[in-house]
Design a protein around this ligand. Structure first.
Ligand SMILES: Cc1cc2nc3c(=O)[nH]c(=O)nc-3n(C[C@H](O)[C@H](O)[C@H](O)COP(=O)(O)OP(=O)(O)OC[C@H]3O[C@@H](n4cnc5c(N)ncnc54)[C@H](O)[C@@H]3O)c2cc1C
Ligand SMILES: *[C@@H]1O[C@H](CO)[C@@H](O)[C@H](O)[C@H]1NC(C)=O
Ligand SMILES: *[C@@H]1O[C@H](CO)[C@@H](O)[C@H](O)[C@H]1NC(C)=O
Ligand SMILES: *[C@@H]1O[C@H](CO)[C@@H](O)[C@H](O)[C@H]1NC(C)=O
Ligand SMILES: *[C@@H]1O[C@H](CO)[C@@H](O)[C@H](O)[C@H]1NC(C)=O
Ligand SMILES: *[C@@H]1O[C@H](CO)[C@@H](O)[C@H](O)[C@H]1NC(C)=O
Ligand SMILES: *[C@@H]1O[C@H](CO)[C@@H](O)[C@H](O)[C@H]1NC(C)=O
Ligand SMILES: *[C@@H]1O[C@H](CO)[C@@H](O)[C@H](O)[C@H]1NC(C)=O
Ligand SMILES: *[C@@H]1O[C@H](CO)[C@@H](O)[C@H](O)[C@H]1NC(C)=O
Ligand SMILES: *[C@@H]1O[C@H](CO)[C@@H](O)[C@H](O)[C@H]1NC(C)=O
Length: 581
C-alpha cells in the first residue's frame, strides 16, 4: 500500500465528512424585478382575495402564478427573497444556507426523533432554493397510480422546464459513474432525459451552465402582476374557519404575523369558489392544520387548541427516504458535480453520485460545505441517535485538520424507492415558527432494508468496475471504504462474517437523509383526490405533504408540476362555475 493510501486510511473517521467544493462560477445573479413582492410589514391589517396560498415554496409559487391569471391571489411566505443571496443562487455555495443556523437563515434545521439531522426551507422558492438541483420527472406508473391526467401532467412539466431545467455538463467523474452503473447491469443507457425509465440516465438540473440556480420563485415570472400579491416575512399562525350557519367548517381567511410582530388578517372574498390553499411543505402543512384546530382531537386538546374538526390522519404517514452513501477518495482530481447521473434499478433503489474538489486555502470557499458535510448535519460516522451537537462539532473540528487531498474524491449514494416505512408528526409548541416533532422510522419495514442492501451491492460493483477504476486507490477495498464511511470505535464494520448482515447494519448505522421527506396530509386520508381537505369547505393542501411515495428518483420536478397542474384545474372549475351562472 502506498504511503498516501496509508495516510488516507488514517483519516477514515472523518473522511466521510469531507465535502465538496465548487468552482467560483460567474455570479450573474439576475434578480427579476417582481413588482408584486413586498415585505409583509407594508401589508394592510385586513385584505380580501379569491385565493390565499400559505407557503411560497416549490409548489406554492407555480400555483400562485397560475391562479393569478384569472383571480386575485395572496401568497404568504414566512421567509425572505432568494434573489441577491449568493448562498442560494450559486451552485458553488451549495450547503452554505444549510449550515447557517441563524433564525433568519433560508434553512431551518430539524432533527427527527430517529436522530437523523434534516432541513426545511424558509425562503421564497422553498426547498428548490436549498436543494442539490437534480431535476427528473415521475414515471408513468406513478402518474397512473395517483390518478393524474397524463396530458396535463406533461404540459405542466413542460411549463416548469421552460424556466428551471437544464442539461448538466457531463465530465469525467460523472461519466465514470454512469459507465460503472452500466457495467453493474443497470441498463439500458437512456442518455439524457427528464423521464423516469429503468436503466442508467443523465437527468436534468435547475443549475444553468453558469452554475446559477433557477428556483420555483422564478416561476412567479409567469404571474399576472395585476392578480397577485406576494408577502415575505409573513408567518401564518392560523387558518380561520366559519363554523356557525354553515353545514360544515369553512375556511374563510388566515391570520399572519409580519417581521415586526404585527398581526394581519386576510379574508377570502365572498363567493363559493374562493379558497385557502396550504402549501407549507411536509412539516408545515400538517403543523398549520393542527394549530388551526384540524387534527387528532386528543392531541389538540393537550395543547388547548379549540377543535374545528377531529381528523386523526393529520400528521400521519410521514416518510423520509433513507440515504446511504460511500465516500471514495480519488487519486486523480475530480470535477465538481452535484447529482447528474442516476441508476434506476429494477429492485427499487436509486443510485446517484456527487463529486467535488478541495478548495482548502481559498478564503472564498472554506472547504467544509457539501452534501455529506457535518456542517449541514450529515454525519454517518456515528449511528443516528449518537449524532449529538458534540459529535457534530468534533467531526467539524477533525475535518478542519484534514489535508487537502482527503477532499479529493466523490461519493456514490443510494436512495430507496417509496419508502414503505412510515411515521408521524406532532406539535411541540403552539408557535408556528417552532419545528413539530417528526418520526420517520427508517428501515422499519424489511423491504426498505433489503432495497438498501441491494443498492449498496450495486454501488460496490460500480466502485470495482473498470470504468471507475481510475478514480479509486487500488489499495483500498470496498470493505475499507465502508469502514471509512461508518466507523467509530463503537460502530465497526464489518462486524459480521455474513456480508449481507453487515450491509444491513451499515444501512441502519449510516442512514442519512436526502431531504425527500413527504406525507402528513395524504390524499385519501386528509385530502381528497382534488386536494380538498376532507370534511372542510374552501380549503386545500397542495404540496409534498400529500404524497404517499416520493415521485421519480427525486421529487422537486413533480412538486412544481403539481402546483401548475392544480392551478390549471382549479381555474378550469372556477371558469366553468362562472359560465353556469
Ligand atoms: C438540501 C436539500 C436537497 C434536496 N435535493 C433535491 C434534489 O436534488 N432534487 C429534487 O428533486 N429534490 C431535492 N430536494 C427535495 C425538494 O426540494 C423538496 O421535496 C421540495 O422542495 C418540497 O416542496 P414543498 O412545496 O412540498 O415544500 P417547500 O418547498 O419546503 O415549501 C414550503 C414553504 O412554506 C413556507 N411555510 C411553511 N410554514 C409556513 C407558515 N406557517 N407561514 C408562511 N409560510 C410557511 C416555507 O417557508 C416554505 O417556503 C432536496 C431538498 C433539500 C432540503
Ligand atoms: C421595478 O419595477 C417597479 C414597478 O414596476 C418600478 O417602479 C421600478 O423602477 C423597477 N426597478 C428596477 C430596478 O427596474
Ligand atoms: C383565464 O380566462 C380566460 C377567459 O376569461 C381564458 O381564455 C384563459 O385560458 C384563462 N387562463 C387560465 C390560465 O386558465
Ligand atoms: C451565508 O452562509 C454563511 C454560513 O453558512 C453565513 O454566515 C452568511 O451569513 C450567509 N449569508 C447570507 C447572505 O445569508
Ligand atoms: C407524457 O409523457 C410521458 C413521457 O415523457 C409519456 O410516456 C406519456 O405517454 C405522455 N402522456 C401523454 C398523454 O402524452
Ligand atoms: C422587512 O421588514 C422587517 C421589519 O421592518 C425587516 O427586519 C426586514 O429586513 C424587511 N425585509 C426586507 C426584505 O425588506
Ligand atoms: C391548557 O390549559 C390548562 C388550563 O388552563 C393549563 O393548565 C395548561 O398549561 C394549558 N396547556 C398548554 C399546553 O397550553
Ligand atoms: C422497473 O423498476 C421497478 C422498480 O424500480 C420495477 O418494479 C419494474 O418491474 C421495473 N420494470 C422493468 C420493465 O424492469
Ligand atoms: C474494518 O474495521 C475493523 C475495525 O477497525 C477492522 O478490524 C477491519 O479489518 C476493517 N476492515 C477492512 C477491510 O479494512
Ligand atoms: C446472512 O444474512 C442473511 C440476511 O440476514 C440471511 O438470510 C442468511 O441466512 C445469512 N447467512 C448466514 C450463513 O448466516
Amino acid at each position: 500500500m502506498s504511503k498516501s493510501v496509508g495516510r488516507l486510511i488514517g483519516w477514515w473517521r472523518v473522511l466521510v465528512a469531507a465535502s465538496f467544493f465548487f468552482h467560483g462560477l460567474s455570479s450573474s445573479d439576475k434578480a427579476p424585478n417582481y413588482s408584486f413582492v413586498h415585505n409583509a410589514t407594508t401589508a394592510p391589517t385586513t385584505s380580501y382575495y379569491d385565493y390565499i396560498i400559505v407557503g411560497g415554496g416549490t409548489a406554492g409559487c407555480p400555483l400562485a402564478a397560475t391562479l393569478s391569471h384569472n383571480a386575485t391571489v395572496l401568497l404568504l411566505e414566512r421567509g425572505g427573497s432568494p434573489y441577491g443571496n449568493s448562498n442560494i443562487t450559486l451552485l458553488s455555495s451549495f450547503g452554505s444556507a444549510l449550515s447557517d443556523l441563524s433564525p433568519t437563515s433560508p434553512s431551518q434545521r430539524f432533527i427527527s426523533e430517529d436522530g437523523v439531522i434534516n432541513a426545511r426551507a424558509r425562503v421564497l422558492g422553498g426547498g428548490s432554493c436549498l436543494n442539490a438541483g437534480f431535476y427528473t420527472r415521475a414515471g408513468p406508473g406513478y402518474v397512473r397510480d395517483v390518478g393524474w391526467d397524463s396530458r396535463l401532467v406533461n404540459e405542466s412539466y413542460h411549463w416548469v422546464e421552460d424556466v428551471v431545467a437544464f442539461e448538466p455538463p457531463m465530465r469525467e467523474w460523472q461519466t465514470a459513474v454512469r459507465d460503472g452503473l452500466l457495467q453493474a447491469g443497470i441498463v439500458p443507457n437512456n442518455g439524457f432525459t427528464y423521464d423516469h425509465i429503468n436503466g442508467t440516465k443523465v437527468g436534468g438540473t435547475i443549475f444553468d451552465r453558469d452554475g446559477n440556480r433557477h428556483t420555483a420563485a422564478n416561476l412567479l415570472g409567469y404571474a399576472n402582476p395585476q392578480g397577485i400579491n406576494v408577502l415575505l416575512h409573513a408567518t401564518v399562525h392560523k387558518i380561520l374557519f366559519k363554523t356557525k350557519g354553515v353545514a360544515r367548517p369553512q375556511a374563510h381567511g388566515v391570520r399572519f404575523v409580519d417581521a415586526q410582530g404585527v398581526r394581519h388578517t386576510a379574508y377570502l372574498k365572498s363567493g363559493s369558489k374562493s379558497e385557502v390553499i396550504i402549501s407549507a411543505g411536509a412539516l408545515g402543512s400538517p403543523q398549520l392544520l393542527m394549530l388551526s384546530g384540524v387534527g387528532p382531537a386528543d392531541h389538540l386538546k393537550s395543547y388547548n387548541i379549540s377543535l374545528v374538526l377531529d381528523q386523526p390522519m393529520v400528521g400521519q404517514g410521514m416518510r423520509d427516504n433513507p440515504m446511504n452513501a460511500i465516500y471514495i477518495p480519488s487519486p486523480l482530481p475530480v470535477e465538481v458535480s452535484l447529482i447528474q447521473v442516476v441508476g434506476i434499478t429494477p429492485f427499487g433503489s436509486y443510485i446517484e453520485a456527487a463529486s467535488g474538489e478541495n478548495f482548502g486555502g481559498s478564503n472564498t470557499h472554506p472547504r467544509d460545505f457539501g452534501m455529506l458535510s457535518p456542517k449541514i448535519g450529515q454525519l454517518s460516522v456515528v449511528p443516528p441517535k449518537q449524532r449529538t451537537p458534540e459529535a457534530l462539532a468534533e467531526a467539524i473540528e477533525q475535518m478542519s485538520n484534514l489535508p487537502d487531498i482527503a477532499f479529493q474524491g466523490g461519493f456514490i449514494l443510494e436512495k430507496i424507492m417509496g419508502p414503505i416505512s412510515t411515521g408521524h408528526l406532532e406539535l411541540q409548541s403552539l408557535n408556528p415558527n417552532d419545528n413539530p416533532s417528526v418520526t420517520f422510522n427508517y428501515f422499519q419495514e424489511p423491504e426498505d432494508l433489503q432495497r438498501c442492501v441491494q443498492g449498496l451491492q450495486t454501488i460496490e460493483k460500480v466502485i470495482e468496475s473498470q470504468p471507475f477504476s481510475k478514480f479509486k486507490y487500488q489499495g483500498i477495498s470496498v470493505h475499507t471504504l465502508l469502514n471509512m464511511t461508518a466507523s467509530t470505535p463503537v460502530n465497526l464494520l464489518p462486524h459480521h462474517a455474513n456480508v449481507s448482515t453487515s450491509l444491513e447494519q451499515f444501512c441502519k448505522d449510516t442512514v442519512m437523509t436526502i431531504w425527500h421527506y413527504h406525507g402528513g396530509c395524504l390524499v385519501g386520508r386528509v385530502v381528497d383526490s382534488d386536494y380538498k381537505v376532507i370534511g372542510i369547505d374552501s380549503l386545500r393542501v397542495i404540496d409534498g405533504s400529500t404524497f404517499y411515495y416520493s415521485p421519480g428518483t427525486n421529487p422537486q420536478a413533480t412538486v412544481m408540476m403539481l402546483g401548475r397542474y392544480m392551478g390549471v384545474r382549479i381555474l378550469r372549475d372556477r371558469l366553468e362555475s362562472q359560465g353556469k351562472k
